[in-house]
Ligand binder design. Structure first.
Ligand code: TYD
Ligand code: MG
Length: 453
């Protein structure tokens, strides 16, 4: 009998060791190294025999001889998904979709498979064919192109792929797959690595795109080694608050496009609806103007997004005032408060400050700074801002109002949505003419105080 081979893997970063040790040398985590069985087969490789024989044998080509016309992207008919991918699925690419349990990953990919005008194979290791059918009934029951397979063994999946020859393969989820060539249980580092390697090989050899679903751990990383993210071409993250209806799709890594684009969906009874005009939904329409609310003209990727910021400033009950921010960087909030204290003479040190970005969205566009400052000032004075004001500028450490990129696009969006005034930095170069919206140029935080207090 052959000797059973084992290796030790760090369950956190995937580093490999010949024997057990307490701390991983690579990521410095303790107690993450575990033994996993490895059994390499005699014939160490699967060979996918396509009907046309080996379709792609790689040989060196001059760069200007490489023909890219056949690499046209597959249109998924889902504008948000296309946008995040950078214009559709690239043939032969591996896309990894991560997200918390129950956020809607399976729903999103099933919905896309049902919409796709190509032959799609949806492989599920988590749900039975009947369960998936029940879900599909809610979304789009009429589709002749989508095949469902319940299988977890990669060799069997490839056998089915050979006879079906799908144009797109979806795997729900990579953690449930296992390969015969490795003995350890599914979900372990060596299984995930092996299954992904087999899928990459299949994708690159046949130019079939593969989309994988990956679970994420409690601290928000995709479960499995970090190398999984290095192996695939694109890493998408599906996020949102389960108590909110909005779901946000963003690219953490994209070899074929920008990582700044954002896709927004709304979870409904009949699946996910694409939100093509998010600004109108993110701004709450109310009859009464309340203090502490300000609207920021932000930009996510190429798309302008008007976002409402809410602040609450109240007298601190305890010795140390509380600062809490939802959807905004807490350190940045502290910095803005310090700027207000120093430059505008506000005694915020004895006040609790709470900040919230509505809609459960997290923003990292620095142009939101000015709206945050305006909301805090408004709440502190208990003086509502006019509801048709909006803001787009970064605030610097010395209280200067700094310019932001693509300010004209923000101004036009604000105008389209009926805002009367937008506050921007004096240092932004604006060549817009004939705008009905008033462009208020300011250079210091003190200027803003004069306008709104
Ligand atoms: P699911 O796709 O199973 O999440 P994941 O695969 O990320 O774990 O999402 C399930 C949730 O979505 C569940 O709470 C029910 C809800 N849902 C709807 O609200 N409407 C629908 O049409 C569908 C199919 C699911
Ligand atoms: Mg699922």
């Amino acid at each position: 009998m052959a000797k059973i081979k084992t290796t030790f893997y760090c369950q956190n970063c995937g580093a490999q060791y010949a024997k057990w040790q307490g701390q991983c040398n690579a990521c410095k985590e303790w107690n993450t190294i575990a033994e996993e069985l490895i059994q390499k087969p005699e014939k160490s490789d699967w060979k996918l025999t396509t009907s046309s024989g080996s379709k792609r044998t790689a040989k060196p080509l001059k760069i200007n001889e490489i023909n890219i016309s056949e690499e046209a992207r597959l249109d998924t008919l889902d504008t948000e998904f296309n946008r995040v991918l950078g214009g559709g699925i690239v043939p032969g690419s591996l896309v990894l979709l991560g997200g918390e349990p129950g956020i809607g990953k399976s729903t999103l990919l099933l919905q896309i498979s049902l919409k796709l005008p190509y032959k799609t194979l949806y492989v599920s290791g988590e749900e039975s064919q009947k369960q998936i059918k029940m879900r599909a009934e809610r979304i789009n029951p009429n589709n002749n192109n989508c095949y469902i397979l319940t299988e977890t063994k990669t060799q069997n999946i490839f056998k089915q792929i050979e006879s079906l020859e799908p144009d797109v393969v979806i795997i729900d989820s990579i953690q449930t797959l296992h390969s015969d060539y490795i003995e350890s249980s599914s979900g372990s580092i060596s299984q995930i690595k092996e299954c992904t390697t087999e899928l990459i090989k299949f994708a690159k050899e046949t130019a079939t795109p593969v989309i994988l679903i990956g679970h994420i751990t409690k601290d928000g990383h995709i479960a499995g080694p970090k190398i999984l993210e290095h192996m695939v071409d694109t890493v998408l993250q599906f996020e949102g608050d389960r108590n909110h209806v909005f779901r946000i799709l963003r690219a953490n890594k994209n070899r074929f496009g920008s990582t700044h684009e954002l896709g927004i969906y709304e979870m409904q009874g009949s699946g996910l609806r694409e939100v093509s005009n998010p600004s109108e939904i993110l701004i709450s329409k109310k009859d009464e103007v309340l203090s502490g609310n300000a609207v920021a003209a932000t930009l996510e990727g190429m798309r302008p997004l008007m976002i409402e910021v809410q602040a609450l400033v109240s007298t601190a009950v305890y010795g140390t005032p509380q600062r809490s921010a939802t959807g905004f960087n807490a350190k940045r909030l502290n910095m803005l408060l310090a700027v207000l204290e120093k430059r505008a003479g506000f005694r915020l040190g004895a006040k609790d400050v709470f900040l919230n970005i509505t809609g459960g969205i997290t923003v990292d566009d620095p142009a939101i700074d000015l709206a945050v400052v305006a909301a805090i000032l408004s709440s502190n004075e208990d003086e509502p801002l006019p509801s048709d004001y909006c803001f787009a500028a970064e605030v610097g450490l010395s209280g200067e109002i700094r310019p932001v990129q693509r300010v004209e696009q923000r101004i036009l969006e604000a105008e389209k949505l009926g805002f009367s005034t937008i506050f921007v930095s004096k240092y932004n170069k604006i060549s817009l003419k004939n705008t009905t919206i008033k462009i208020q140029l300011i250079s210091k935080v003190e200027d803003l105080v004069n306008f709104i207090v």
